[in-house]
Design a protein around this ligand. Sequence first.
Ligand SMILES: [Cu+2]
Length: 156
Amino acid sequence: MLTRSKIMIALLAIAALGCGQKEEAKKTADENVAIIEITGNDQMQFNLKTIEVKAGQKVRLTLKHVGQMAKQVMGHNVVILKPEVDLAEFAGKAAKAADNDYIPADETGNIIAHTAVIGGGETTTIEFTAPPAGTYKFICSFPGHFITMQGDFIVK
Ligand SMILES: [Cu+2]
């Protein structure tokens, strides 16, 4: 009887330990994801001027267009660029890349990540791994928008 209780206790302990470890792993995984939500409106504005994440962290970025205007006239995206990229030059090329969602094909090496272009009421989400520490720029590459729609993507 005594032996049986001991076995029962041992089994319960193992079960509890197993669950604990699983919970811990899940928690760690969730903490490693940076959940970023940014909005764009009909006044060509993002609601965020800075986005901060940790190097190597998984980033889940959601762009929500809180305006009502169509994608063709007030489309927004989020394009995260390498620090050395000249924004005006990049935006100039992007403006001519309407057929590729305003992403210039020869600039992909300068892009860390980008969302699709969306219109009023739409939402889009991307996932990517945060690049090495540094201060990157994010812009909307829809023609003319980068002037008011830009900010710092800071990786610590
Ligand atoms: Cu825009």
